[in-house]
Write a protein that binds this ligand. Structure first.
Ligand code: UD1
Length: 418
């Protein structure tokens, strides 16, 4: 099990090119299976989750290679089953359900893995796919789905909550359905728009993504294309929070600044200087940060992203005053706080609320990454802390950050992988 050894207490300074989005790349890789022929994806980050998606595609008979670009050729697709071991590697494996139904009319999957953030049911995915014509049965945890007549039928679906994953699965199944599908209360996350952008480049007809109501006219066939995946707004939030926490300055290039606004507008309240152009963000963190006055409520986009809650908290633990978080998406998304407290933070958890009373400094400690963003938060806190921290279980961090330690070193941080 690899670890990060981090010596903190140094100001950070440097220029970073932001990686491509993990949360876009994975559904887009699943979507490539719907396109006949070859798709070439640029700006996919080289992450363990991307390699897992590649393994799934190869098991199904597609040819997928990951190097500077991800190249997927779906000509040889034949398999309809994803082994349980591959399903368990990441949450996004569930995206293959909609894509396999859309391309092959049937699939067998199991409950996906991924970060343990509390219960992560898939009832909305299943109910929506049933509305599109799937017959679904569960045999000891293996979920068998088969489209009646081999092809989905367009329909109206109103989601009880704008679930990102369920919206993606519906889109993936509906783009090759017969007729029109309307998704009401659809998720509006930028990664949904990126998925739709890719599918449109493959010949799909989709309108309204990003607006809550998505209208899809099913097409019999889609074709491969070349597509550039959007930047990773959560990795961006992480490197900005890290610099805010440690003090210093960062020029972040290749950003999606407009899509990061719900995060940036909160970060700005800490008193950091932020200058933002459409694809570049400059942040300067001088004196001690100020606590954020308004309660930070995680909400579906365009609310404050749940994925940025932990990394921002790592900066606010040493801010002047008290900040209050309210986690509204997942039940167990404060698992990183125990490590921050070990480093000297003052955090009180009251159900879905976390009260963060700023302390003067943190000190190094040993901590175990609990999940992807929680692990990144621990690394950010360690960089601002006096002394040495050891963070173990960093495979969680590797699932979401491309060359994490190289990025930290580019900013002048002292980090080693052992
Ligand atoms: C969520 C985040 C997404 C983030 C990702 C990884 C939101 C709205 N979604 O997406 O931004 O990138 O985690 O951390 O912030 N739910 C059900 N039944 C379902 C599906 C979901 O009850 O069938 C519930 C979940 O338990 C959760 C909420 O709906 O409480 C949001 O889930 P969803 O958006 O689907 O989660 P992800 O797609 O994992």
């Amino acid at each position: 099990m690899q670890k990060f050894i981090i010596e903190g207490g140094k100001r950070l300074s440097g220029e970073l090119k932001l990686q491509g989005s993990k949360n876009s790349s994975l559904p887009i890789m699943a979507a490539a299976m719907l396109a006949q022929g070859e798709s070439v994806l640029k700006n996919c980050p080289k992450l363990t989750d991307v390699y897992s998606a590649s393994r799934i595609l190869n098991v199904l008979g597609c040819k997928c290679s990951v190097s500077d670009t991800v190249v997927i050729n779906s000509e040889g697709i034949s398999g309809t089953e994803i082994p349980e071991s591959l399903m368990r590697e990441m949450r996004s494996s569930i995206m293959f359900m909609g894509a396999m139904l859309g391309r092959l009319g049937e699939c067998t999957v199991s409950i996906p893995g991924g970060c343990e953030l509390g219960p992560r049911p898939i009832d909305m995915h299943i109910n929506a796919l049933k509305k599109l014509g799937a017959e679904v049965s569960d045999e000891g945890g293996r979920i068998n789905c088969r489209l009646r007549g081999g092809r989905a039928k367009g329909t109206r679906i109103t989601l009880p909550f704008p679930s990102v994953g369920a919206t993606e699965n519906i889109i993936l199944c509906a783009v090759t359905a017969e007729g029109e599908t309307i998704i009401n209360n659809a998720a509006r996350e930028p990664e949904i728009c990126d998925l739709c952008g890719f599918l449109r480049s493959c010949g799909a007809e989709i309108h309204g993504d990003g607006c809550g109501s998505i209208i899809i006219q099913g097409r019999e066939k889609l074709h491969g294309c070349e597509y550039t995946v959007m930047p990773d707004r959560i990795a961006g939030a992480t490197y900005l929070s890290m610099t805010a926490a440690a003090g210093g300055e960062i020029i972040l290039k290749n950003t999606c600044t407009a899509e990061m606004e719900p995060f940036l507008s909160v970060l700005e309240q800490t008193g950091c200087g932020i200058y933002a152009a459409p694809d570049t963000i400059y942040l300067r963190s001088g004196r001690r940060l100020k606590a954020v006055r308004d309660r930070i409520r995680t909400m579906p986009h365009p609310g404050f992203p749940t994925d940025a809650q932990a990394v921002l908290m790592a900066a606010l633990v040493t801010a002047d005053g008290t900040s209050v978080f309210e986690e509204n998406i997942f039940d167990c998304r404060y698992r990183h706080t125990a490590a921050l407290v070990k480093m000297g933070a003052d955090i009180e958890i009251l159900g879905k609320v976390a009260v963060v009373r700023g302390v003067k400094t943190l000190h190094g400690a040993e901590a175990e990454a609990t999940d992807l963003r929680g692990g990144a938060a621990m690394a950010a806190a360690a960089l601002s802390a006096e002394g040495v921290s050891v963070i173990s279980n960093i495979s969680h961090i590797d699932r979401g950050y491309e060359k994490f330690e190289e990025a930290v070193r580019t900013l002048g941080g002292n980090i080693q992988r052992v």
